[in-house]
Design a protein. Structure first.
Length: 383
């Protein structure tokens, strides 16, 4: 039996009970090409996991990566899928003249003391500012989407997001939010959310969610989309389309007087009807001057006291839909969250405002936005 592992540098094929190293032109590459071992054992001190010759190669490998890329802290972590952490580039700088949120230096936003049902009612002036920040986020995400192709690294995507955000006089909201090290989240295949951009190379058939938030004039605008990398199999396409439809159906029922719990009902009913599951431990959120605040917008059926929509409420809906189980694991970096079974996950997100006439999608796409794969023959898109 053989196992296929994916590192930031390539795929590694190895026997279930032995060592492997990754060669590229006779040079060892990538720290994640190490022995697949019995949990809790080290392949250097376990005589059962590999032959004498393989152990010698493993020692040479560790010596090489120790000098070059460094050795991961948790070599025994039970990753659920084929992805492994790549190498992270230095934190990108933000010019001094760019207005910054209150956590930009410390990494710690002020404590949010609002109860889940205590939801801020935004003024017309706030809404006008939110339109600007959300439009900037939309523009940046659209540019990043056009950059997606096989061979691109997630760190290169982050660089595009960072630079395009700065060009618009905005601050990339994820940067240093609770010490998050990058300017956007890139979640590939089995990663549900909060993937940290690094040296991971996108490959034909991947799916990737890019989550962009921009801080402009004191307000945050937030949106994301799951995008195809080259030719994706039909089941992957069905997952992506279903996830978008979950968001679409949820937005369509939003208006004054509707319970926030209704969003979870709509999303879970549609996802499960297609044979998929809904992630339960992450949710949408209120947004404005504060990046994350009330309400908590749960995407599954629930009885939580999260309030009723009113004119002036501004929040995100961002369903995360999985091929398999809804359960998740968090990587040792304390951010990257993957499906517990290693199957794929998709997500779409909009920031919306409740108005007297119903709902306004603040991060709606424009006529210049890239079309999703099922929209290529449409004259226009709704949002």
């Amino acid at each position: 039996m053989w196992t296929c592992w994916r590192s930031s540098f390539g795929f590694v094929i190895l026997p279930n009970s032995s060592c492997c190293f990754l060669k590229d032109n006779s040079k060892l590459r990538g720290y994640s090409a190490f022995c697949r071992i019995h949990r809790g054992n080290s392949f250097l001190d376990s005589g059962k996991c590999c032959s004498r010759g393989e152990r010698h190669l493993a020692k040479l490998f560790l010596k090489a990566v120790g000098k070059g890329f460094g050795i991961p802290k948790r070599m025994d972590f039970p990753y659920s899928g084929t992805l492994r952490p790549g190498q992270k580039s230095p934190t990108r700088k933000v010019p001094a003249d760019i207005p910054k949120p209150n956590y930009a230096k410390t990494g710690l936003p002020p404590l949010n003391s609002r109860a889940p049902w205590d939801i801020e009612v935004h003024s017309d002036e706030d809404l006008a500012m939110m339109r600007i920040s959300c439009q900037v986020a939309r523009e940046v995400l659209d540019i990043a989407a056009q950059f997606i192709r096989p061979g691109v690294t997630t760190d290169e995507i982050d660089d595009v997001v960072h630079q395009e955000t700065l060009k618009r006089g905005a601050y990339p909201s994820p940067l240093n939010y609770y010490n998050f090290p990058k300017s956007c989240c890139t979640s590939v295949n089995e990663i549900i959310c909060h993937g940290i951009p690094d040296s991971t190379v996108l490959r034909e058939g991947d799916i990737i969610n890019v989550d962009v938030t921009c801080f402009v004039n004191g307000f945050h605008g937030d949106c994301s989309a799951t995008l195809l990398v080259g030719n994706v199999d039909e089941e992957g396409k069905r997952l992506v389309r279903t996830t978008y439809d979950c968001l679409y159906k949820a937005i369509k029922i939003c208006k004054p007087g509707v319970s926030y719990n209704k969003i979870g009902e709509i999303i879970e009913d549609h996802a499960t009807s297609q044979g998929f599951s809904v992630v339960r431990n992450f949710c949408g959120h209120g947004i404005g001057r504060v990046f994350h605040t009330s309400p908590n917008v749960l995407h599954h059926r629930n009885r939580e006291r999260n309030g009723v929509m009113q004119v002036g409420h501004i929040f995100t809906i961002e369903p995360m839909i999985n091929e398999g189980t809804f359960k998740s694991i968090t990587w040792p970096d304390k951010w990257t969250t993957a499906t517990a079974d290693g199957k794929r996950s998709a997500q779409f997100e909009h920031t919306i405002a409740i108005t007297s006439s119903g709902v306004e999608v603040l991060t709606r796409r424009t006529e210049h936005s890239p079309r999703y794969f099922w929209e290529r023959n449409l004259d226009k898109v709704e949002f």
